[in-house]
Every structure is written in C-alpha cells, then in structure tokens.
Design a protein around this ligand. Structure first.
Ligand code: JFZ
Length: 453
C-alpha cells in the first residue's frame, strides 16, 4: 500500500441505510435537459450526427449564439409532475438530472454565474420543481454536475503555465461554491453524479475531488457520490493507486455493461447508464437518433443483467426544448414499467445470487432481504426449454411464474431441472424458485402438485 492523502475513503462497500436504499433501487431515470434540447442536434438546417449535448463543440457554434438560446428556453410545455409521472410509469426509484452540463448552463438560479434558468423568460427554478415533484412521488433525486465547463473563462483542459494554474484554481473555487450552493438549496438531494473530470487539469487536482466528496458528506448525511468525481494524489481515476474504489460506487459503465459471467464486479457497488437511442443523451431530433431507439424488452434485459451483478441501471431520457417528454421515450418507459409491475420483485432490492452460475438463457437474481432466488429468461433457447442448474446441496420444491401461478417443471438430476417455457407470453418470463435442501429435510413449502417427476 502506498501512502495516499486523497485516495479511497474506505476499502469495503458502504452498509449504511442511505447506501442500502440506493443499492436496492436498481432502476433509475437519468435526464439530460438543457439549452441543447432546443436545437436538438440540428444547426442551420443540418443534422449533426453526434450526441446532441455536444452540438456547440461539434458544430463550432459561437458562444454568443449558444447563449442566445436561453431566450428561447421558455418552458412552454414543462411540467415537473409529468416528468415524475414517467419515472413512476417506468418503475424508477431514483432520478438523476443534469444540473449543469458541459456548456455551463445551470438549471437552478446560481449566485455564481449569470448563465442560468433564472435569466430565461420564465425565470423558474426548474430544479426546485423537479425535486418537489419527484419526492412527492417517493422517487429519490440525484444531481448530475459537469466539472468540465466549456464556457467559464477559468476552465482549463491542461495546465501549461502559471496563468493556467491560477485560472484553474479560481475555476475549482467556483465549482466548489456551486456545489455548496446545490447542497444548501436542495438539502434533500440523495447523491451527486459527477462528470467531465477526465482532463489533465482535474487529474492534477485530486485533492479537490477528495475535498468535494468530504464537503458534500459533511453537509448532507448519507449522500452518495459516484466514482467518476475522483482522482487521487497521482491522478488515478475511479480506482486509486492502491486499487481501492473512490467515491461510493463505480460509474464507469456507460452505454455498455459488464460481461454477464464476470462475477468479479458484484463485489462492489456500481451503476450503468444507458441511452435510449444509440448515442445521444440530449434530445436529438434527427433520423440518426430516432431510428435507433431501443426496444423496451432489450432494456428489460439490461435491467436484469445489471441486477444479477449487483449494479443499478440508469436509463436516460432527453426531454424536448419546450419541456415536454418525447412521446416515444415516454411510451418505452411505460412498456418497461409494465414488465416491472409484474416482475419487479426479481429486480428491486435484489442483487447477485452467490453460488449460481451464469445461465446462457438469462440471469439469476436474489433478493437481499428474503433470500428468494429468481430466474429471468431473456434469451429463449431454440428448444423452448431452459435448464435450472442449482448450487450443490439444493433441490427445487416448486417454481412460480411471476404474474401467474405455480408452474410445471421436470427433475433431470438431483440439482438439475428443466422448464418448458410458455412462449406465448410477451416479454422475459421470470420464475421465483422455491428452494429446499437436497435431503428434503428443510423443504420450505408443501410439495408442488405440478411437479412432472
Ligand atoms: C459524458 C458526457 O460527455 C455526456 O454528454 C453524457 O453526459 C454522459 C452521461 O457522460 O460522456 C462520457 C463520459 C464517460 C465516458 C464516455 C462518455 N466513458 O468513461 O467512457
């Protein structure tokens, strides 16, 4: 172990109530909304086939013209309650919203810049409205904050000379003040999701990322912070120079998931974030994005995949410039939520099922409190049948199809069982397994009359 002043704060996952609550959520709603939602990937009549929130950089838009978008950010069709309703429909337990993205525009009236919601025609504090609407529906709110800031005069990508060092020190001071402001104005926030920390300038200031984590934790008891914030004394990111995770959970899975058989990731908390179109976080109106929307059942597959490895899944939404949700995204949320409404007991509060090998046809999950094991079938084999391979010493007393009843199965060997799938049902099937000790001494339930032994 090398001596680190700004490394990980602990070696093991947090076990306090706030962390356990976050861990049990499993499904969250990510929201990217800002001035980029107005042009929505199109500038001067041309679609720019790149993430919509990168439009000012990719299309090299002059700063004045970008700032002028604030005059059109009228919130003509914005209703925080309607957004929160889509999160409820999705079955999300938390929501993470972009308080400030790379362009520097703030969704709250910040005292430390003029580039904020308060200086748009409505002058409304969108962040306050969102916190209120989501929390009224029992959904935890998290803040995304980009440390990278394309607009601030003191931002630096690299630190080449004394002038850069001085400017960047002022920038870090500004960002710290904004974060203190967010913590003070919205004290019910449950966590922070940092982004834009990959540049050399930030990596050379690991102390500041450590200080941000400390400050937030001192001000907001239980607050949860992602690993992407952090760099250590030597500029190592996410994981410190001793191999320990910084922040409270790993947030490096972006538009990709770990291999489903990679059980090593289950040892720490993590979250994957995912776009609904192929590659844009902000609303992109072009065919390029609109033709690549993911099917709700493929999203269900990803949710099950993450849960089975002890991770959360944060599904991104890009509301439109007028504040309305994209109807296609709202519809997808509804379909995913319909599945979760029937099968959520295999997801919420569930995680990695120790001892259960990865089955090619889907995933096993286990509920943290009850110990119940679930089989989630996302890839139906050509035979229409799956094999349940139980850990040594276990037997199967019965299985139940979620949203239905006891379901027939066949014993092939002491710990191997076969289930013929009802392929007439739409969406991944989930079976709750009623396990018993192999010697029969500890059968948990009455013998199942449907067993086709
Ligand atoms: C960042 C942002 O640039 C993007 O606009 C969006 O907000 C997203 C959630 O985060 O993009 C990233 C960040 C990290 C990686 C890739 C894209 N990464 O670690 O591979």
């Amino acid at each position: 172990m090398i001596e680190l002043k700004y490394g990980a704060c602990r070696a093991e996952p947090r076990q306090d109530a706030s962390m356990q609550r976050f861990r049990g959520h499993r499904v969250g709603q990510f929201i990217h909304w800002g001035l980029y939602s107005l042009p929505a990937g199109r500038w001067e009549g041309e679609d720019v086939e790149f993430a919509a929130e990168f439009l000012p950089r990719v299309a090299k838009i002059p700063q004045r013209r970008w700032e002028a978008l604030a005059n059109d950010f009228t919130l003509a069709d914005f209703d925080a309650g309607r957004w929160a309703d889509t999160a409820v429909a999705l079955g999300a337990r938390y929501m993470t919203v972009t308080t400030k993205h790379h362009d520097g525009f703030c969704l709250w009236p910040s005292a430390h810049t003029d580039f904020h919601m308060g200086n748009t025609p409505s002058g409304r504090d969108v962040l306050a409205e969102l916190v209120e609407a989501y929390e009224a529906r029992g959904i935890d709110v998290f803040f995304y904050y980009s440390v990278l800031d394309w607009r601030h005069p003191d931002w630096r990508f690299t630190l080449e000379n004394d002038g850069d060092h001085e400017a960047f020190a002022r920038y870090l001071d500004f960002a710290m003040k904004q974060l203190e402001e967010l913590a003070e104005r919205y004290p019910s926030v449950k966590g922070f999701w940092f982004d834009g920390t990959w540049d050399e300038s930030v990596k050379a200031n690991g102390w500041w990322t450590w200080e941000v984590e400390r400050m937030l934790k001192a001000r907001i008891p239980g607050v949860v912070v992602n690993s992407r914030l952090r760099a250590d004394d030597f500029g190592a990111r996410h994981v410190d120079s001793n191999g320990l995770l910084m922040g409270d959970y790993e947030s490096g899975y972006e538009r990709r998931l770990p291999e489903p058989w990679d059980h090593s990731v289950a040892g720490r908390d993590w979250e994957a974030c995912m776009t609904i179109p192929q590659a844009s976080w902000g609303y992109h109106q072009g065919q390029w994005a609109q033709s690549t929307l993911k099917h709700p059942f493929d999203i269900v597959d990803m949710i099950a995949h993450c849960t089975s490895l002890g991770g959360n899944f944060l599904l991104n939404f890009g509301p439109r410039g007028d504040g309305s949700m994209q109807p296609a995204e709202a519809a997808i949320a509804g379909k995913v939520g319909e599945w979760l409404g029937v099968n959520g007991e295999a997801i919420h509060g569930c995680g990695f099922a120790e001892g259960w090998d990865y089955p090619g046809w889907g995933y096993f999950t286990r509920h943290g409190a009850t110990g119940d094991v679930f089989a989630i079938v996302t890839r139906v084999p050509a035979s229409g049948r799956i094999r349940l391979q139980l850990p040594a010493g276990h037997s199967l007393a019965g299985i139940r199809l979620l949203g239905s009843d006891a379901y027939p199965f066949k014993r092939l060997a002491d710990t191997v069982f076969e289930v013929e799938l009802d392929t007439s049902r739409a969406g991944p099937l989930v079976f709750a397994l009623d396990l018993a000790a192999l010697d029969g001494s500890a059968s948990l339930k009455e013998p199942n009359p449907d067993v086709l032994n």
